[in-house]
Ligand binder design. Structure first.
Ligand SMILES: Nc1ncnc2c1ncn2[C@@H]1O[C@H](COP(=O)(O)OP(=O)(O)O)[C@@H](O)[C@H]1O
Ligand SMILES: [Mg+2]
Length: 217
């Protein structure tokens, strides 16, 4: 399976999503960022690092890789277009903040225009927080205002794209502090198992989606 995690917006949460997938599923990582963090916890032979303008090689069938990509799509962004063309799934993280919504939606449009891209798209509505006075069943963050606003914007601009929720959680920093996936953190520590149960269930829904896309091939 080849997956791209991409948004033109920095700080959208691409790298933690890509990292969690790589750690849980033992995927290789492709990155176009010079100062990436993967060296310390992903083996050298599983990291493909290059510049924005360099194309990724065609990854052979049967090798699993997640591309964590930064930068805007342009005539020169060969790293992005080469990864998109070979990806079966693109995950676009968007959070409920004006700049993230704008660039997230712009990113969805740009991806659709990439010649040769024939994968599917999943939006991760991320950094979801309860706003003041808001009440909903916290087992279901699709009921949150943050999620609903992201979903309405995505639908207006890009139609029926699947969207899955990821709540705001410190775990997305702890992944890098401890160099463990959410599932690995929960396995190692009973308190973490409790604290991160909701966000882990949300990430499991992303894994189910990945498996559905993979099985549909
Ligand atoms: N769901 C989330 N809840 C809380 N913080 C998050 C979430 N997703 C990402 N973050 C945090 O947002 C910050 C920016 O993420 P980053 O990895 O730099 O994004 P990108 O790779 O898209 O540039 C990081 O500190 C990360 O831990
Ligand atoms: Mg990043």
């Amino acid at each position: 399976m080849k997956i791209t995690v991409y948004s033109a917006k920095g700080s959208a949460g691409k790298t933690p999503i890509a990292t969690n997938i790589a750690l849980d599923r033992e995927y290789a990582i492709g990155t176009n960022e010079a100062f990436h963090v993967f060296d310390s916890f992903i083996p050298d032979d599983r990291i493909l690092a290059l510049d924005l303008t360099e194309p990724f090689p065609e990854i052979p069938e049967g090798i699993d890789i997640v591309f964590d990509l930064a930068g805007a799509i342009s005539a020169a962004s060969h790293s992005i277009t080469s990864a998109l063309k070979q990806s079966e799934l693109v995950i676009v993280p968007i959070f409920n903040e004006v700049k993230s919504l704008n660039s997230g939606i712009g990113t969805l449009r740009e991806i659709a225009k990439v010649e040769g891209f024939n994968g599917s798209v999943l939006v991760a509505a991320t950094k979801l927080q309860k706003q003041s006075g808001e009440t909903f069943d916290t087992d279901d963050w699709t009921q949150s205002r943050d999620f609903q606003n992201i979903a309405a914007n995505v639908k207006a601009a890009a139609g029926d794209v699947p969207i899955l929720p990821l709540k705001f959680s410190k775990v997305f920093d702890v992944i890098f502090e401890k160099e463990m996936s959410i599932a690995q953190l929960r396995e190692a520590d009973a308190l973490a198992a409790y604290t991160y149960r909701d966000v882990a269930a949300q990430f499991d829904a992303i894994y189910n989606h990945i498996d559905e896309v993979s099985n549909a091939k």
